[in-house]
Design a protein around this ligand. Structure first.
Ligand SMILES: *[C@@H]1O[C@H](CO)[C@@H](O)[C@H](O)[C@H]1NC(C)=O
Ligand SMILES: *[C@@H]1O[C@H](CO)[C@@H](O)[C@H](O)[C@H]1NC(C)=O
Ligand SMILES: *[C@@H]1O[C@H](CO)[C@@H](O)[C@H](O)[C@H]1NC(C)=O
Ligand SMILES: *[C@@H]1O[C@H](CO)[C@@H](O)[C@H](O)[C@H]1NC(C)=O
Ligand SMILES: *[C@@H]1O[C@H](CO)[C@@H](O)[C@H](O)[C@H]1NC(C)=O
Ligand SMILES: *[C@@H]1O[C@H](CO)[C@@H](O)[C@H](O)[C@H]1NC(C)=O
Ligand SMILES: *[C@@H]1O[C@H](CO)[C@@H](O)[C@H](O)[C@H]1NC(C)=O
Length: 801
C-alpha cells in the first residue's frame, strides 16, 4: 500500500460510517431515502455494498455507493460529487412518474436520472455494486454503472460516455483534474485537465499508439475488468491483477495522484492491496507540482514538490498552482546567467530544438529568446551521439530522477544568485499537503437563486470543456510539428516482447541445461540460445514453493523495470514445478571476474561505482513496491562490452521467499562479508542493507582487496567490523591526524597511481559512509549518486586522507 492510500485510510477512519442496520432491500415508487435517518440505506443482497447519504463535510452529504467489507468504507460511486446536499431535509425520491431525484433541503433538484416509466419500478442495489432502476420485467432503465466517478468495478463497462475522473483531494470528493477516457482516436488515455493546461501523459505521449501497444482501429471504445481480474480494452490494452483468479474483491480506481491502480481486498487485514498500476514513476504524472517546480519521489516521503531556484511557491496549500518567479526576465543578456539542475527533466514546451549544440550555443540561443526562454534542457541524444538543446517557454512537469541522463539550465538574474546557498530557499512539501477544509452547507430559507447558480455553474463548466478542447488541439499541433520523430527526443522505449517461454523451449535453448555459467541466488544459471538467435542467461530456480499466479505477478512486475544499469529480463517460464527466468547474456561476465583485470582502470571503476548506484537508486526509489536487492556483491554486478555495469538478480528476494508475512526477516539472506549488521542483530531490514553491501563492493573495487579474503585471514571477525572497512577507516584516520594523504596506500596497485585524486576522495568517503554500522548514518542510494555526481570535486578539500 502506498503512503497516500494509507493516509487516505487514516483520514477516512475519522469518519465512522457503518452500513447501518438493514432497512431497505429496494425502494419503490413514491418512497424516498432521507439524509436525516442514517438507517435509510439500500444494502446489496450479499451485504458488500450500501447506497445512501455519505458525509463529505460538515453538514454536507453526497448520495453514494460504498463498499463495506474494507475496514473503512470505500466509496465507489457518487451521484452528486460536485454538489453536496444539506444534512437537513435532503432526500432521494423515486417519483410516481418513474424519475429518481436527489433534492437539496427538500426543494431544489440537484441530480436526476431523467427516467420515466408508467409501470412499476424498483431501485435496487445489486451484488456487483450496481444501483439499478428495474422495471417489473427486469429491464434496467437506469444504472449507476453507466456513470462511474473514479472507480470501475468488475463487470462495469468503461465506455466513451463513461470515463473515470479522480477526486479533487483526500478530503474533497468532487471532480479532480485527472481523467481516464477514450480519446477521439479510440485509445484509452490518462489526461491531466488542469485549470489552465491539459496534457495527456499515459500512454507516453511521445509514443505512437502502436508503439504503446494500442490500436486505433476498433471504434467500439469499451473496456472492462472481468471477475477474474483481467482488464481488456478495445484499443488492445490488456493487463491482469497480480493475484488474478476468482473469489477476490477488486476495484480499478483513478487515484488522487493521477495513477490508475487495480486493488484487491485483503480479506484478513481488510485493506486494499495494489495489484497493478499504470504508471511506475509517480513524477511522470502531469500537473503534480504545477509550473516552475520539481517533483521527486522517494519511498519514504512519497512524492514531494519543491520550487526551483529563483521561484517561490504561489499557494502553500495547493501545489497545482506551482511557483512564481521572483524576478523579471529582460532582453539584457548581460544581466543573466545559467544555473544547472543535474538529472532534471522538464517535459515538453520546447520553443526550439537544436541537435548537436554546445552548451555555449544553447545559452546564447536562450538569451536571444528573451522572455520566451526560461531555461533549457541539455541532454545527450544517443543517436547520433550528440548533445542537443531544448529551450523551454514553460517549465512544467519537472522531475528529478538520478537515472535521467540530462540536465536543465535555468536562466536566472546574476544579482539573484550571488548568495550561492540555494538549499535553504527550497520549500519541500508533500504534494497533497492541502489543508483539510470542511464544506459547510447551511440551510437557507431563500432558495430562489439556486437555479440561477446552477445555470452559471453549468455555463462555466461548458466554457471549461471548450478551453480544454482548445488546449488539446493546440498541444496536438504543437507536438505534431516539434516532434516529427520520437527518436529526436531520444526517450526510453519500454522493452518489447517480455515473454512466457515453455519449459521445452528453454531446455532446447540450453541444450538440456548443459552449459552452466553461474550459481547462487537461489538457482543455477545456464547459457542458452533462443529461437530468435539471441544469447540468453537462463536461471533455473531451486525452490518452486511459490504459486504460479504469485510468481507470474512478481515476474511481470520485475520484467517491467527498465534501467540501463539493471539486467534486462526477457521472459520467464512456469510450468509444473519449474520456475525459470530468462535474462540478457553479458559476454564479459561479472565484476568479480574482472576485478583483477588490467583493463579495469580508474575511469571504468568509477563508472561501475556510479552505474551500480544508479541502478540501485532506481530499484529503491522509482518503484512503488520498493525492491530490495539483499544480495549485492561483485558476482551480481555484470559488465557489458563497454564495462557498463548492470545489476543482476534483483527481485529474487521477492520471488524466492514469499509465503510468510515475516518474509523479510525470517531468513538471513545475502553473502558473508557483504551483509549489513542488521541481518546479524535481527534489526529491521530496509534499503540500507543494499547500501551497506554496495559500500563494501566499492571498497573492494578501490583497494583491489577482497572483503571475504580479509575476513578469513583475520579469523572471521564479526560481520560489519570486518577487515577491509577497519583497514581503510584506520588509514583515513591516520591520514587525518598526521595531515598527510594515505590514499596511495589504500588504492589498488593495479591502477599504478593513475587516478583522479579528488574523485577518489569522494568515492572513498561515500563508500565509508555506506558501511556505517548504524543504518541511519548511511546515505540512501540516491544520495550516493548525488555525491558521485558532484561536479565540484576540485573545490572539495574537507577530507584530508
Ligand atoms: C476474463 O478474461 C480473461 C482474459 O480475457 C479470460 O481468460 C477469462 O476467462 C475471463 N474470465 C471470465 C470469468 O470470464
Ligand atoms: C473491438 O473491441 C471489442 C471489445 O473489446 C471486441 O469485442 C471486438 O471484437 C473488437 N472488434 C474488432 C474488429 O476487433
Ligand atoms: C491560470 O491562469 C491564470 C491567468 O493566467 C492565473 O492567474 C492562474 O494562477 C493560473 N492557474 C493555475 C492553477 O496555474
Ligand atoms: C518586475 O516588473 C514589475 C513591473 O515592471 C515591477 O513592478 C516589479 O517590481 C519587478 N520585479 C522585480 C523583482 O524586479
Ligand atoms: C544591461 O545591463 C547592464 C548591467 O545591469 C547595464 O550596464 C547595461 O546598460 C544594460 N544594457 C541595456 C541595453 O539596457
Ligand atoms: C556536431 O558538430 C560538430 C561541430 O559543429 C561537427 O564537427 C560534428 O561532426 C557534428 N556531429 C554530428 C554527429 O553531426
Ligand atoms: C472541493 O473542490 C471544489 C473544486 O475545486 C471546490 O469548489 C470546493 O469548494 C472544494 N470543497 C472543499 C470542501 O474544499
Amino acid at each position: 500500500m502506498d503512503i497516500s492510500s494509507f493516509i487516505l485510510l487514516l483520514f477516512l477512519s475519522q469518519i465512522p460510517y457503518p452500513c447501518s442496520s438493514v432497512t431497505y432491500d429496494y425502494l419503490l415508487k413514491g418512497s424516498f431515502l432521507s439524509v436525516e435517518k442514517p438507517s435509510d440505506v439500500l444494502v446489496s443482497a450479499n451485504g458488500d455494498f450500501c447506497a445512501g447519504f455519505f458525509s463529505v463535510g460538515e453538514n454536507a452529504f453526497s448520495f453514494a455507493i460504498w463498499f463495506t467489507k474494507s475496514s473503512n468504507p470505500t466509496v465507489v460511486w457518487m451521484a452528486n460529487r460536485d454538489q453536496p446536499v444539506n444534512g437537513k431535509a435532503s432526500r432521494l425520491s423515486l417519483l410516481e412518474d418513474g424519475n429518481l431525484i436527489l433534492s437539496d433541503a427538500g426543494r431544489v433538484t440537484i441530480w436526476t436520472t431523467s427516467t420515466a416509466s408508467a409501470s412499476s419500478l424498483q431501485l435496487q442495489l445489486l451484488n456487483t455494486g450496481n444501483l439499478v432502476l428495474r422495471t417489473s420485467d427486469g429491464v434496467f432503465i437506469w444504472q449507476s454503472f453507466d456513470s462511474p466517478t473514479d472507480t470501475l468495478l468488475p463487470q462495469q463497462l468503461l465506455t466513451e460516455d463513461a470515463s473515470l475522473i479522480s477526486s479533487r483531494s483526500r478530503s474533497n470528493y468532487s471532480s479532480g483534474y485527472y481523467k481516464l477516457y477514450f480519446d477521439n482516436d479510440n485509445v484509452l488515455r490518462l489526461l491531466y485537465n488542469g485549470p489552465n493546461i491539459s496534457s495527456v501523459y499515459w500512454p507516453d505521449p511521445w509514443l505512437r499508439s502502436w508503439e504503446a501497444g494500442r490500436t486505433t482501429y476498433n471504434v467500439s471504445k469499451t473496456a472492462v475488468l472481468n471477475v477474474t481480474g483481467h482488464f481488456s480494452s478495445s484499443d488492445d490494452l490488456k493487463f491482469k491483477a497480480a493475484d488474478f483468479g476468482m473469489g477476490v474483491t477488486r476495484r480499478l480506481t483513478l487515484d488522487l495522484d493521477g495513477n490508475i491502480r487495480l486493488y484487491s481486498l485483503d480479506e484478513v487485514l481488510k485493506n486494499w492491496v495494489v495489484t497493478w498500476q499504470a504508471i511506475m514513476k509517480p513524477c511522470r504524472v502531469n500537473g503534480v507540482c504545477g509550473p516552475n517546480s520539481l517533483c521527486s519521489y522517494d519511498h519514504v516521503l512519497g512524492r514531494t514538490c519543491s520550487c526551483i531556484q529563483g521561484y517561490k511557491i504561489q499557494n502553500p496549500n495547493d501545489w497545482s498552482t506551482g511557483c512564481e518567479s521572483e524576478f523579471n526576465i529582460s532582453c539584457n543578456s548581460s544581466q543573466f546567467r545559467f544555473v544547472m539542475l543535474a538529472n532534471v527533466e522538464f517535459y515538453g514546451y520546447d520553443k526550439n530544438y537544436k541537435q548537436n549544440s554546445t552548451l555555449q550555443e544553447c545559452e546564447e540561443e536562450c538569451l536571444k529568446m528573451c522572455g520566451d526562454c526560461k531555461g533549457f534542457q541539455y541532454k545527450f541524444d544517443p543517436d547520433p551521439s550528440v548533445y542537443s538543446c531544448y529551450p523551454k517557454t514553460l517549465l512544467l512537469d519537472g522531475y528529478y530522477s538520478p537515472d535521467f541522463d540530462g540536465d536543465v539550465y535555468l536562466k536566472l538574474p546574476k544579482a539573484d544568485i550571488s548568495s550561492d546557498d540555494k538549499s535553504d530557499k527550497e520549500v519541500m512539501l508533500d504534494c497533497h499537503g492541502e489543508v483539510l477544509q470542511l464544506l459547510s452547507r447551511t440551510y437557507k430559507k431563500t432558495q430562489e437563486n439556486r437555479s440561477l447558480k446552477i445555470l452559471v455553474w453549468f455555463a462555466s463548466a461548458l466554457g471549461c470543456v471548450e478551453l480544454t478542447c482548445f488546449f488539446l488541439v493546440w498541444c496536438f499541433l504543437f507536438w505534431g510539428r516539434k516532434n516529427p520523430d520520437k527518436a529526436v527526443h531520444g526517450y526510453i522505449l519500454a522493452a518489447a516482447g517480455f515473454k512466457k517461454f515453455s519449459y521445452a523451449e528453454l531446455k532446447k535453448a540450453t541444450r538440456g541445461f548443459s552449459e552452466e555459467i553461474g550459481r547462487g541466488g537461489g538457482g543455477v544459471v545456464y547459457k542458452g540460445v533462443l529461437s530468435d538467435h539471441r544469447v540468453a542467461a537462463i536461471k533455473r530456480l531451486n525452490e518452486a514453493a511459490q504459486g504460479e499466479a504469485e510468481f507470474m505477478g512478481e515476474v511481470s512486475f520485475i520484467g517491467r523495470l527498465n534501467h540501463m544499469n539493471l539486467i534486462e529480463m526477457w521472459g520467464y517460464c512456469t510450468e509444473g514445478k519449474h520456475r525459470l527466468l530468462v535474462y540478457e547474456y553479458l559476454e564479459r561476465g561479472s565484476l568479480a571476474d574482472n576485478l583483477s583485470s588490467a583493463a579495469l582502470n580508474w575511469e571504468k571503476r568509477f563508472e561501475i561505482a556510479l552505474g551500480t548506484a544508479k541502478g540501485l537508486a532506481y530499484l529503491h526509489e522509482e518503484c512503488l513496491e520498493w525492491i530490495l536487492h539483499c544480495d549485492i556483491k561483485p558476482q551480481n554486478i555484470l559488465l557489458d562490452s563497454n564495462f557498463r555495469p548492470k545489476v543482476a538478480d534483483f527481485g529474487l528476494s521477492k520471488l524466492l521467499n514469499r509465503g510468510g508475512s515475516d518474509n523479510m526477516t525470517s531468513r538471513i539472506r545475502g553473502t558473508r562479508g557483504y551483509m549489513a549488521p542488521e541481518w546479524v542483530y535481527n534489526l529491521p531490514i530496509t534499503s540500507k542493507v543494499d547500501v551497506y553491501s554496495y559500500g563494501i563492493v566499492v571498497l573492494e573495487m578501490v583497494t583491489g582487496k577482497s572483503q571475504t579474503n580479509l575476513l578469513t585471514v583475520d579469523g572471521g571477525g564479526v560481520i560489519g567490523q570486518g577487515g577491509l572497512i577497519t583497514w581503510v577507516r584506520d588509514k583515513v584516520k591516520e591520514g587525518a591526524t598526521r595531515k598527510v594523504s594515505r590514499i596511495e596506500e589504500i588504492v589498488d596497485p593495479m591502477m599504478a597511481g593513475k587516478f583522479d585524486m579528488a574523485k577518489m576522495e569522494v568515492v572513498i568517503r561515500a563508500a565509508l559512509q555506506c558501511v556505517e554500522e548504524d543504518k541511519d548514518a548511511r546515505p540512501t542510494m540516491r544520495q550516493v549518486v548525488e555525491m558521485l555526481l558532484r561536479r565540484d570535486w576540485e573545490d572539495e578539500h574537507s577530507m584530508t586522507l
